[in-house]
Design a binder for this molecule. Sequence first.
Ligand SMILES: *Cc1c(COP(=O)(O)O)cnc(C)c1O
Length: 489
Amino acid sequence: MKYVSTRGGDQRISSAEAIKKGIADNGGLFVPEYIPRLSTDGIIALAPLPYAERAAAILSLFLDDYDKEKLLCFCRDAYKESSFPGGAAPVTELYENGYMLELFHGPTCAFKDMALQIMPRLLSEALKMTGEEKTAFILVATSGDTGKAALEGYRDVDGVKIKVFYPSDGVSDIQKLQMSSQEGANVSVQAINGNFDDCQNGVKKIFSDKELNEKLYEAGYILTSANSINWGRLAPQIVYYISAYLDLYNAGKIQKGEKITFCVPTGNFGNILAGFIAAKMGLPVNRFICASNKNNVLTDFFATGVYDRNREFFKTVSPSMDILISSNLERLLYFFAGPEKTRGYMASLNETGKYAVDADTLSAICEYFDAGYTDEEGTASRIKAAWRESGRLIDTHTAVALDCAKRLGKPGEKIVTVSTASAYKFAADVTAALGGEVKYDRGTLSPLYSLSELTKTEIPAPLAALAAKKIRFSGTVEKEEMPETLFGD
Ligand SMILES: *Cc1c(COP(=O)(O)O)cnc(C)c1O
């Protein structure tokens, strides 16, 4: 199977090359030339298998240039019990016909682990398959979650080195501690005196600096990124939608072929797009509900066909969804409108900050998608209600999705709400939503202890372990100094 650009052109490459390159030469995103189909029987045949084997079977359809046995090894290693205690993507029952797909049992307690635990293995193999002799140097600008998940995923992976930049005052204390205590021989972390945009722009500058890239090349490195537009991050996310269906089938909650709905807390549109691809493969899905917070640019898009980022930006308690440009939406446009129109939409987005799809395209998209949003108050009251009514502790992002599922769900509709983070990752806001108080008497980790005491639940092991970690990376540099730090360690 070959991969092509969402913006057309004649670049046509293998999956290994697409994963190594990240982005197409014309600025588009890589998509498979066709979506492989699975019959309902073919899907149900995966039901007896553990998660890693389901993952290998599904990934091998998209990554058909990779050796099948190797893919299976990568999956087994990525989703092993010690990384995902209790299973990689368990489905639990929340209320009648309401289920939760729990994607937060990985090493950093957020759903990005689902992709970032396996993608480094795919990249490392892609370097071998394409005869690359240089070390891949991964640069990440992060406002919190992605940085830690990438560091955890890439630590001590062959042929790869990773550096994460974060704004010194733009991440939570717990996130700072998570990153600055990161272990691994091939990792480094650098705080920048500035905000997230300064970090992001600094990284973009490094990528486009020809002279610097040549110097790095001579030193043995090629630069690459780990962000969510890389196909190697998207493909592994297809798996858990199919796996959730199989788990519901195994538990006798659905019949073979019965359609279900997924409600997904959405930011960059990567997670929900992976679900859509699963549906295109043949997974019986009713619809996808795209859940947003107050930054509801996607809700408006699905309602009107107009995507307009020219609007106020809100900082919310669900920061991973505080996004005005949802990059992966470009792939959806490609599937519904084709490469020529997609190229036009993206040019318009670049020039004016907005674009409008035609009525036919919008109505075709709406056969699969619905959308809604939940504001800050709604988020807090949903956290409280889930705790009171079901005894379930949910994080702020999950709360947005659960609130949309409850409001937009139809009688009898079976809905799986996708849960993207442990409540402990956002402990201060969850504690506040439950009416508790954070007492900052135990340092940086105070919110964790406060939430645990309030709810009598246990702090997840990877977060509890932070108390004993040593700081490895300290100090802050100016954004102009970012390039120099690449040659340090
Ligand atoms: C990244 C993230 C999201 C958004 O996922 P997208 O793939 O960007 O739509 C939602 N919730 C959490 C906790 C996240 O970390």
